[in-house]
Design a binder for this molecule. Sequence first.
Ligand code: ACO
Length: 395
Amino acid sequence: MTISVPQVEIKKGLDEVYVKKTRISWIDGQNGKLYYRGYSIEDLAKHSTFEETAFLLWYGRLPKRDELSKFKSTLVSFRWIPDELVDLMKRVPRKAHPMDILKIGIAAAATYDPELEDMSSIANIRKAMRILAKAPTIIAAWHRIRNNQDPVEPTNDLDHAANFLYMLNGEKPDELSSRIMDVALILHAEHGMNASTFAAMVTASTLSDIYSAVVSGISALKGPLHGGANERALRMIMEVGSPENAESYVLRKLAKKERIMGFGHRVYKAYDPRAKILKEYARMLCEKKGDMRLYETAIKIEEVVLRELSRKRIFTNVDFFSGIVYHHLGIPSDLFTTIFAMARIVGWTGHVLEYWSENRIIRPRALYVGELDKKYLPIDERCTSPEERLEFIGK
Ligand code: ACO
């Protein structure tokens, strides 16, 4: 028996499907604009700090001086991670991807949170702050452990971004590096209902805890079509090596119908405004290093990709230049996606908190197009054609 399949429209990739109302951010994809709580990303990148932006995204307005100071000191007090978590990281295979360590670290940190099961708004925002504060400590500790170095304890006297660079490299960063890191975090803090935010929200909609929601977000962000693209974009720029090789490289890839990392976006059908800001920082950092090779190669790749693909409305996205920026801040490429996650914790938890105010479990449908009432055959009577043999069994 077969069923009559109802005429429903399946929106592949949930394209243009709205799942909630939000006041957190707005992307004007046609014009390449991004707003957090009504403030343009350009203004925030120019005038704000990551902590102030986190406050804005969570609480819906910019803080007054005393509020910001209290907010920052609370975050600082949450930076430490338990020794047992450091011991746990020491037992993990050294080749583990940092995004997997971040998942382990956040999941483990949940078990130490005294308010884990408290679902009041105030406890949930405190948990979000703990996750935000501890993520850089976990990432930096892992990086040092895998290089046989002792983790560097967080310090009280540096802001979030600078403290991360300090824990990673063991020395206090200069002002320009601190500021660029801070802006990179601002740019990645929030971006509407992307795949990882949706993943976090699906988990939260079951009234699971906020740590579990963040672990879901990290898991979705790891993929190369989402947060994993910046690591691959830098690898590509390095592989191309010089501007002269860019044209043939890009054309070869496109002829093979391969994707160029750092280009294209589901929502932006214009140049990603975050990429514009990072492009400028990439240039500044390359100039400071006295080595323009990566920047010039990237510019040439971009020129060819835009020439070839802008008619399909494919433009540069945030991941294309961020790799160069992080590379020149002394951050190894397999940590790039964790930095994205470190910032996006604000967006994930912000959306979770907003969704919880009118929660309903997320439960879509799948359209069944298979058969029904098939006869169950005893195991020895089953036969399969060679084509049906499963790969893990072998032909
Ligand atoms: N390189 C080459 N062609 C591309 C690219 C790209 N980077 N992106 C899209 N296209 C092409 C597709 O092949 C498709 O062509 P076709 O119509 O001839 O088949 C067309 O553009 C439309 O692409 P879709 O797959 O429909 O775009 P979608 O919205 O589903 O995907 C995505 C968006 C996943 C970001 C895609 O552009 C991509 O794979 N980009 C590369 C990975 C990347 O940079 N990801 C980071 C995104 S930003 C972020 O998550 C932070």
